[in-house]
Design a protein around this ligand. Structure first.
Ligand SMILES: NC(=O)C1=CN([C@@H]2O[C@H](COP(=O)(O)OP(=O)(O)OC[C@H]3O[C@@H](n4cnc5c(N)ncnc54)[C@H](O)[C@@H]3O)[C@@H](O)[C@H]2O)C=CC1
Ligand SMILES: CC(C)CC(=O)C(=O)O
Ligand SMILES: [Mg+2]
Length: 371
C-alpha cells in the first residue's frame, strides 16, 4: 500500500510562535496517524528569529523551502526586541509580507466561527454571537502594506510651525485585476455556503481605490445572481460587527480593512486566539493564525493554540487535500471545548481551575480526541 507523504514548511517565528507551533504539531501528528498519511515538517526561520540568525526577516533558504513544500504552516512574527521606527532597520513583519507576496497569496480567508461552548466567552451578549459563522476574505498582497513609501527628512513646511520637517507617505494602490481575483474568490466561496451572501466593504465615499473596488465588486456580483450582494462602508462595518454580527456571511475587503476588521471580529468568537487563517493564491498555500506573537504572554505556556490548530485544519482542507482529516481536527477542537477545556483567554469565573490548560496541554488534549 502506498502511503501519501506531504512536506510542510513550518515557520514558528517569534514570541508565542514556537509554543503554538509545537501544540499544533501534536495535533497534526495525531490526525496524520489516524488518517494514514505522513507529514514531514521542515522547520525554517522567519521574522525576528531570522533577523537574529542571518540579518534578514525572510532568508532565501526559507523561501526556497516554502516553494518546494506542499503547504506552509506559519505561527507568528515580531516582538519588542525588534521594534524600531528606524525605516532602514529590518523588521520581522517584513518577512511575513515578503513571503505572502513572493508566493502570490492574494486571498486570505479568516473564518469567524462561534463554537456553542464559547458563546459566553465573547465580550458581546450571548444572544448576539450565538450561531455566528462568517468568512472574512481579505485581499493580502496589495493596498497600503505594499504601496510605495516615501520619507523626506527636511520637507518644506512639514514642521509643526511651518518650518522644514519630516514628511512621510504610504501609497494605497490597487489595480482592477488585483481586486477582481479576490472578490471572485469571495463569490465562489459564498455560492457554496447556505446563506450565499457577500458583503463588500470599502470606503467608496472617499477613496479612489474604494470606488474602483466597488465598481469591480458590482461587476463580479452580476455574474453571480444566486449570491445576495451588498456594499457597506468600512466605518459602518466596524460598528455592525459588534452590533449585529450574525447578519454577515462572506465579507470581502481590502488588505488593511480586513486586517483590522478581522481582529475586531475575533472577539465575537471569544478571543483572538480562536481565529485561524488560510492564505491562498498562485503559489504554495500558507496557513497561520490571525493573531501576532503576543509578546505579553510569550514563554509562559498560557497562549491559546486553537487558532494555530484550526489553521492546521484549514491546511488539511485547502493545502493537502485531506478534507475528512480537516473535519476531524475541527470536531476534536469542538469536543475539547464542549467538555469544558479552556485556555486562560477563553476561561471565565465559572471555569473550574482544573479545566484551564496551558498551551501544550491544550494541544495534547485536542490530539487525544483524535486518537
Ligand atoms: N501574523 C503575525 O505574525 C502578526 C504579527 N504581529 C506582531 O506581533 C507583535 C505583537 O503585536 P500585538 O499588537 O500585541 O498583537 P497580538 O495579536 O500579538 O496580541 C494582541 C493581544 O491578543 C493576545 N493574544 C494574541 N494571540 C493570542 C493567543 N493565541 N492566545 C491568547 N492571547 C493571545 C495577546 O496576548 C495580546 O494581549 C508585534 O510585533 C506585531 O507586529 C501582529 C499581528 C500579526
Ligand atoms: C504584518 C501585519 C500585516 C500582520 C497582520 O497583522 C496580519 O496579517 O493580520
Ligand atoms: Mg493583523
Amino acid at each position: 500500500m502506498t502511503v501519501t507523504a506531504y512536506t510542510v514548511c513550518c515557520l514558528p517565528g517569534d514570541g508565542i510562535g514556537p509554543e503554538i507551533m509545537a501544540a499544533s504539531r501534536a495535533v497534526l501528528d495525531a490526525v496524520a496517524e489516524r488518517f494514514g498519511f505522513t507529514v514531514d515538517c521542515e522547520g525554517h526561520l522567519i521574522g525576528g528569529a531570522a533577523i537574529d540568525a542571518c540579518g534578514c526577516a525572510l532568508p532565501d533558504a526559507t523561501l526556497e523551502a516554502a516553494r518546494a513544500a506542499d503547504s506552509v504552516l506559519l505561527a507568528s512574527v515580531g516582538g519588542p526586541r525588534w521594534d524600531t521606527t528606524d525605516p532602514a532597520a529590518p523588521r520581522p513583519e517584513q518577512g511575513l509580507l515578503a513571503i505572502r507576496k513572493a508566493l502570490g497569496l492574494y486571498c486570505n480567508l479568516r473564518p469567524v466561527h462561534v463554537f456553542d461552548a464559547l458563546v459566553d466567552a465573547s465580550s458581546l451578549k450571548p444572544e448576539l454571537v450565538r450561531g455566528v459563522d462568517m468568512l472574512i476574505v481579505r485581499e493580502l498582497t496589495g493596498g497600503l502594506y505594499f504601496g510605495a513609501r516615501e520619507r523626506i527628512d527636511d520637507a518644506p513646511g512639514a514642521g509643526a510651525n511651518g518650518e522644514p520637517g519630516v514628511w512621510c507617505s504610504d501609497a494605497l494602490e490597487y489595480g482592477e485585476g488585483e481586486i477582481e481575483r479576490v472578490v471572485r474568490y469571495a463569490f465562489e466561496a459564498a455560492a457554496g455556503r447556505p446563506r450565499a451572501t457577500v458583503c463588500s466593504v470599502d470606503k467608496a465615499n472617499v477613496l479612489g481605490t474604494s470606488k474602483l473596488w466597488r465598481d469591480v465588486a458590482h461587476r463580479v456580483a452580476a455574474e453571480y445572481p444566486q449570491v445576495a450582494f451588498s456594499d457597506m462602508l468600512v466605518d459602518n462595518c466596524a460598528m455592525q460587527l459588534v452590533a449585529r454580527p450574525a447578519q454577515f456571511d462572506v465579507v470581502v475587503t481590502e488588505n488593511t480593512f480586513g486586517d483590522i476588521l478581522s481582529d475586531e471580529a475575533s472577539m465575537v468568537a471569544g478571543s483572538l486566539g480562536m481565529l485561524a487563517s488560510a492564505s491562498l493564491g498562485d503559489g504554495t498555500p500558507l496557513f497561520e493564525p490571525s493573531h501576532g506573537s503576543a509578546p505579553d504572554i510569550a514563554g509562559k505556556d498560557v497562549a491559546n493554540p486553537l487558532a494555530q490548530i484550526l489553521s492546521v485544519a484549514l491546511m488539511l482542507r485547502h493545502g493537502l487535500g485531506q478534507p475528512a482529516a480537516a473535519d476531524a481536527v475541527e470536531a476534536a477542537v469542538e469536543r475539547a471545548l464542549d467538555d469544558g477545556w479552556r485556555t486562560a483567554d477563553i476561561a471565565d469565573d465559572a471555569t473550574p481551575a482544573d479545566r484551564v490548560l496551558g498551551c501544550a496541554a491544550m494541544g495534547e488534549r485536542v490530539a487525544a480526541y483524535l486518537a
